[in-house]
Design a protein around this ligand. Structure first.
Ligand code: ZN
Length: 517
């Protein structure tokens, strides 16, 4: 069985789960479900990144220890993903013992190989970013992220010979054009690599920071938080045991937002080279959600919390919006207005109405009992079934390229076609009162066939939609009274003679907005 390994970044425990975290996690979950549906063995990893200055500072402000603080926020992430129905396979914390031991093992290995050296470095340091800045990177002499002037500090530290791997990294990126995707981020990384790459400071003196993994070869130092955190992607597989590291690791699909491109596209592959491990399969980079009211922040009160969204709109509707609205790789706008418009137009009017309409006719004309389809299909029948086969092909292609919005667009075009099929075949006319026309048994049999094809459409929708909207797909299967084997049966063969489907129910109530008054 082919394998795929999907990872979210380890979320830093200095903030509670918000829209950005949720998007990456929903994407990871959708990918996992999709690849499982086409026969892959998939493993989804998420977790929390818990060391470093920022956490030590936040804990101090909070009046707790860094560990207690990290425990609380880490639990919040885990319980949020549980409540959102995210099907992760393992939740890793960088404070887990096995992870710390693995980081030390890799550090020792690289140190023994002569790839880590002791040296002095003086420079402008931003405590908020936990890193040194070059003059060129500053804006008006200030950290662009924190708008504070960095302080000059000089200290002895351990350095990883990252510069040594510059040429090989460029070669790897050039040899595999979609190693980093979409293209714009690959271009950005290659542009960055045109300048000489510096070595990476991978330690912090204990005199300044205690909250970190001690270096195995010098206990006066702890590990730089990025060097520690990035290794989670392999330490989790190593911990899982068996052949996980050998078989899943080369199939790794990292999912990240563009703010952490550099550590994942530069530090991480060079660390892997030094550790003698293969590179990940793909680094998949997405853009930002931009709020109408400006950058999302606590002070502006516009932080989008996943559980609030779930409570107000339903998790599946929220997932649909995230996956449909953003073109993976580009920024997208988030507004409640746009969310409500999508729910009303795509979910309530289109999908929800189609389900109700078909099940209502099945109920009214045949008391829910599915009628047989004959060997002879009309041109419309064939076209409908072809449309879904074609949509499935296209959808699979888009999913391989993380084009979630296109995949959903394709599925919705099949929904549109199904609505058109109803108009073309006109079952309500065949069954309804027609002055001067007597309804025949063959009219009724034809309506039975039309509805059978329509139920097959709904079954296909339930199957193809499942990775994106798992709860809705389950509800549709329940309405159709089918199990998992019937879901994947060929068109026309899923419903046995006498199979009874359920009466309709409203899947997505329309949301009334103030503007509609
Ligand atoms: Zn900063």
């Amino acid at each position: 069985m082919e394998r795929i390994y999907i990872t979210t970044p380890l979320y830093y425990v200095n903030a509670e789960p918000h829209l950005g975290h949720t998007y990456t996690t929903v994407v990871a979950d959708t990918l996992k479900r999709h690849f499982q549906s086409i026969g892959y063995e998939a493993f989804l990893l998420t977790g929390t990144d818990e060391h470093g200055d920022k956490i030590a500072q936040a804990a101090a402000l909070d009046g707790t220890s860094p560990k207690e603080y990290a425990d609380r926020i880490s639990d919040l992430f885990r319980s949020t993903w549980d409540a959102c129905g995210i099907a992760y396979d393992h939740f890793i914390r960088t404070t887990d013992t096995y992870h710390q031991e693995y980081v030390q093992k890799i550090l020792q290995k690289i140190y023994d190989a002569g790839e880590i050296y002791f040296g002095e470095y003086g420079g402008l340091y931003c405590y908020g970013c936990e890193r040194f800045y070059t003059e060129k990177e500053l804006v008006d002499g200030k950290c662009p992220d924190h708008q504070t002037a960095p302080q000059f500090i000089s200290e002895k530290n351990y350095f990883f010979r990252m510069s040594k791997y510059q040429e090989r990294l460029i070669e790897e990126i050039q040899n595999k054009p979609d190693l980093i995707r979409p293209e714009r981020y690959r271009t950005e990384v290659l542009a960055f690599l045109r300048e000489p790459l510096e070595d990476l400071c991978i330690s912090r003196p204990v005199s300044r920071l205690k909250w970190g993994i001690p270096l195995p070869f010098d206990n006066n130092y702890v590990t730089y938080v990025w060097f520690d955190a990035l290794l989670n992607y392999v330490s989790a597989l190593n911990h899982r045991g068996g052949d996980s590291l050998q078989t899943f690791w080369p199939k790794a699909q990292h999912l990240i937002a563009k703010d952490i491109l550099k550590p994942h596209a530069i530090y991480w592959p060079t660390m892997l080279m030094a550790a003698g491990l293969p590179l990940y399969d793909h680094l998949n980079v997405h853009g930002y959600w931009v709020m109408d009211s400006g950058k999302m922040s606590k002070s502006l009160g516009n932080v989008i919390r996943p559980l609030e969204m779930k409570a107000r709109f339903g998790m599946d509707a929220f997932r649909y919006f995230l996956l449909r609205e953003m073109a993976f790789g580009q920024d997208a706008k988030f507004s409640e207005e746009a969310l409500v418009t999508r729910i009303n137009a795509d979910l309530a009017n289109n999908l929800g109405n189609l389900v109700s309409r078909v099940l209502a006719m099945q109920q009214k004309y045949f008391a829910g009992v599915v009628q047989p389809v004959g060997a002879e299909w009309s041109a419309e029948d064939r076209e409908l079934s072809n449309k879904f086969a074609q949509a499935e092909n296209e959808l699979n292609g888009y999913m391989a390229e993380l084009q979630f919005h296109r995949a959903l667009e394709t599925l919705w075009s099949a929904l549109d076609y199904t609505n058109r099929y109803i108009v073309q075949t006109s079952p309500f006319t065949l069954m309804g009162p027609r002055p001067g026309v007597i309804r025949t048994e063959s009219d009724k049999a034809r309506v039975g066939e039309i509805l059978h094809h329509l139920l097959d459409s709904l079954r296909s929708v339930a199957r193809l939609l499942a990775p994106f909207m798992p709860d809705t797909a389950a509800e549709m299967r329940a309405l159709l009274a089918i199990d998992d084997t019937a879901v994947t049966a060929p068109w026309g063969e899923a419903f046995r003679a006498g199979h009874k489907v359920n009466p309709p129910k409203v899947l997505f109530p329309r949301i009334e907005t103030d503007t509609s008054k």
